[in-house]
Design a protein around this ligand. Structure first.
Ligand code: ASP
Length: 340
């Protein structure tokens, strides 16, 4: 069985991003006073009963900067679809984020291959998989949604489509991504399995009309097999939106998310009355029950419902997510998760 190893590098990256972002509200002092871990206090059903509209939620500390761009769109009464596209483009273009877009860690052969998906309030969706050389795969996914009769384009076909639609072919490697690959080559003997990179950005937004859209974009697992595609471009796995009910997005080991169709499951659980938090928790529990070894893997979800409640849950409590609301501004939360 594959042995996914958890990743300190990614946690270090999170810490760096934490320093970079602002408006982060730390509850550690309060937690210290109460002698219980901060994540539990902060993240257990954090928005229960609230009606947040507009709202942006996204994965990981880099979601803080992405949220700001998305929020600008929502503040001008823009559409949630435009907000999520504009938001995650910020992360795709950030060369310091080695898990999304430009400067992503490459596959084991040194190629940067990107996956992305987008879904709007009408149930339209678009995706690209195994796309190389394009800085903003989310915008290509949107073009697939809006200009073709298809949902997904992959590989060379996706690249040709992007070039035909005005995107530029570029080298996405950075000194940092090259350095990571060189280091990995020294220590891993071309062994592709390892979770060195699990910081996909999934983003969900509710606009002032109450419409919901979502976006998900990633460089996928670092040093993966050439050709590997994860959950992020798979509608229902890494992302799902049903405008009547809500939306969900994932990050972590895509293989588990794909096997359990996590985001679709979460939306269906919300349809059946669960809160976003409860639905994310149930999806994680389902994965742990069905997939051997899932409890040791990083698997995390975010969700919103039509009422503007949000929630998140993971296999552990190392996951942070960013939420922008009128009440609280742009806030970084630590997700609740299974204890271990
Ligand atoms: N879910 C992504 C994948 O498996 C990894 C991540 O979250 O960064 O491709």
């Amino acid at each position: 069985m594959f042995n996914f190893k958890s990743n300190l590098e990614s946690e270090n990256k999170n810490n760096t991003m934490k320093r970079k972002t602002f408006l982060i509200r730390s509850f550690s002092t309060l937690a210290g006073m109460l002698a219980v871990p901060a994540p539990n206090l902060l993240a257990h059903n954090p928005s229960q009963g609230q009606k947040n509209k507009p709202l942006v939620i996204s994965t990981w500390p880099h979601g803080m900067e992405a949220n700001i761009a998305a929020w600008e769109v929502l503040m001008q009464n823009g559409r949630a679809l435009d907000a999520v596209e504009k938001g995650v483009r910020v992360t795709e273009l950030d060369p310091d984020v080695t898990s999304v877009g430009v400067g992503s860690n490459p596959d084991r052969d040194g190629n940067i291959t990107l996956d992305a998906s987008i879904m709007d309030e009408h149930g339209n969706c678009g995706a690209v998989a195994f796309l190389q050389h394009i800085k903003n795969p989310i915008s290509v996914a949107r073009e697939v949604m809006e200009k073709t009769p298809h949902v997904m384009l992959a590989g060379e076909g996706a690249l040709q489509f992007a070039l035909a639609n005005g995107f530029k072919k570029e080298d996405l490697h950075t000194d940092l991504s090259r350095q990571h690959w060189e280091e990995w080559k020294k220590s891993h003997e071309y062994e592709p399995i390892g979770l060195n990179n699990h910081d996909t950005i999934s983003m969900l937004a509710i606009d002032s009309k109450g419409d919901i859209s979502g976006a998900c974009t990633t460089g996928g697992l670092a040093f993966k097999y050439h050709g590997r595609v994860g959950d992020s471009p798979i509608i229902g796995a890494g992302l799902y939106v049903d405008n009547e009910i809500g939306g969900a997005g994932g990050t972590g080991v895509g293989e588990v998310v794909m096997k359990t169709l996590g985001s679709f499951l979460i939306v269906e659980l919300m349809r059946n009355g669960l809160s976003p938090y409860e639905a994310c928790r149930e999806a994680v529990m389902r994965a742990m029950k069905k997939i051997p070894g899932a409890e040791d893997l990083p698997i995390y979800y975010i969700a919103v419902n039509k009422q503007g409640e949000f929630g998140a849950y993971g296999t552990n409590r190392k996951f942070e997510y960013a939420v922008y609301t009128e009440n609280k501004g742009n806030t970084l939360y630590r997700s609740d998760g299974v204890l271990h």
